[in-house]
Design a protein around this ligand. Structure first.
Ligand code: ZN
Length: 106
């Protein structure tokens, strides 16, 4: 997907940076392809963010969460195996509040 297509989809201008290694100690140390934002429950490619005053935000223009708070998609699928391996941009994949602790720190 081209950057301009992504920007149309996210509704904001974005930066395509380096994919990062994702946090949680127990497994998902690799550079996963997709991250999931706990605030808007949407996914985006690892490395993509929206720059706002030097802070890396969730790329979706209507979401103020920090990119660093996004979680690896495999961690979300761990609790929701019915979710697709390759999530669709712009689709919300909600988790019940109680499940968030499962995907957080061990
Ligand atoms: Zn978001």
């Amino acid at each position: 997907m081209k950057q301009s297509d992504m920007e149309r989809m996210f509704g904001a201008s974005i930066v395509i940076g380096m994919a990062r290694r994702t946090g949680a100690a127990w497994s998902f140390r690799a550079k996963v392809r997709n991250l999931w934002c706990a605030c808007c429950a949407r996914t985006f490619p690892n490395g993509v963010y929206r720059d706002e005053a030097g802070l890396h935000h969730c790329p979706y223009g209507d979401c103020d969460a920090l990119e660093a708070d996004a979680q690896p998609w495999p961690a979300i699928r761990f609790t929701r195996p019915n979710y697709p391996e390759h999530p669709t941009l712009g689709i919300r994949y909600p988790l019940p509040e109680a499940d968030l602790s499962v995907t957080g720190r061990p």
